[in-house]
Write a protein that binds this ligand. Sequence first.
Ligand code: HEM
Length: 513
Amino acid sequence: MTTQLMRIDFDKETGIGPEERSGTFRPEEKKFMEDLQGNILKSHGRDHSRHLFIRFHRDRAEEGRAWLEAMSRRVTSAMAQWDQAAKRSQIFAAAREQADPEAYLSIELAANQSAPFVGLMLSFKGYETLGYATPSADKSFKAGARNKEICQKLGDRPESDWEKEFREDLHALVIVADDSPDVVTGMAGTIRDSVEKGLDPVGKVVHEETGKVLRLRPNGPVREHFGFADGVSEPLFLTKDIKKAQKRDGTSRWDPAAPLKLVLAEDPVTPKGEPLSSNGTTGYGSYVVYRKLEQNLTRFNQQRLKLARELAKADGRKQPHEGDLELAGAYMVGRFRNGMPVGEPATANGVDAPIPNDFDYLHDKKGAMCPFQAHTRKTNPRGDTKWRFGTDLKEERLRRITRRAISYEQKTSSGEKKVGLLFLCAQSNIADQFEFMQQSWCNNDTFLVGGKQGELKTGQDPVVGQGHTGTKHHWPKKYGVAGATFTEGIEESVTMRGGEYFFVPSIPFLKNA
Ligand code: HEM
């Protein structure tokens, strides 16, 4: 007898799944999680990753579809990711009981030997090359990240300035991730061979990127290359994660819970042109924005120093001290390097305390503690658009993106070291979420206030804003003192080196490809 599955509610903000890892899923939730790829509702959480960019052979579409079908058995579903995490946390709990460090290490090693994460996504050109028509797809996805109007709208350098690997068609991206770089290399090799070798080569892995999570200490918070805690504030979709945030941090001012409709969209194409299921549990994936963002550390530190000098001057000192530098960096990012929000001075409470996320900017309508242009205030205004423009908070919250980025470090052929972020974000609509955020918030030097003619503007996001480099704008001269400002322009220190838009198809799509 088949069980009648209920529809999954895409609108509710209380999450999906049980409250605890040990709890059980309702049958429709289980089916939904088995059919959805991992790394969408929650990060895969592994420290090493390889990104394999694939171009399919145009004359081998049928073999390409057979390869997708074979990959359906390799990709990690959201359910498998949950089960693996449950197993790992059990093993870690056992390890913590061990007084003997050797025993701890061997158990920890065992925990790290879970299956690697594998995820697969296709670009619009990828679907086309494999012979699919995608009439219902997201408009920006169809146009692709190299589209001239999109580049102009986002303030990106023209495609001719991108790294050459991103200047040609990329059809698919496979992400392999694990805590062991050797496991990643092994699995990446197996997948590369499945594409290029054997009886039915289907294409070529035309480019690879290697990602590595940066931490100050083992198991410490994740950092990005400028030195700031990263991956802190994310929309949460699993009940377990939402409950944990409520308990640990509180959600009285900012609730990180998000409805599934923020991140999920229907497969833009189904194998037989029909919905994969009529009961709303299967046939879902997510649109992904991939951008290789190079970080110029020297330039970032110079900008920070410029602000720090002004802060010192305002305090009657000739030279900036460490505190000025810390505050200057926090003004740019919106959080101090350890993750403490710059607008919440009372929350600094010890090295290992959880990083606060239950805050907004409503007590700081003059931008005297957290400048309006700070990266986190631009990318998640937490209700600022309500008091400023009357926007419904619900509407503002639907602009959120789900970040799944990882840092990279590489040497050029001339031996020069380059570092940055392999930026990935998932959403249900690229134009309304990522593109809106980059164009209308980060790049927009009149968002959130400012912009009357002749007046100094708010300024662009000092971390990722593009298009107004060096334009002077206001910064708080004295922390918390409204109206006392100095003006300084910030040069851009993040450069977009190339990217593409993808869709992460459902597992039933791959199985029936
Ligand atoms: C938050 C760094 C690119 C959107 C953050 C945080 C840091 C950071 C340090 C604060 C910690 C956290 O909440 O995770 C960077 C760096 C980037 C970069 C170094 C590039 C190299 C981007 C881009 C976007 C973006 C391109 C989208 C246009 C966000 C969002 C948050 C965030 C939405 C969370 C804000 C909040 O909820 O408070 N980023 N970021 N970031 N960033 Fe970025």
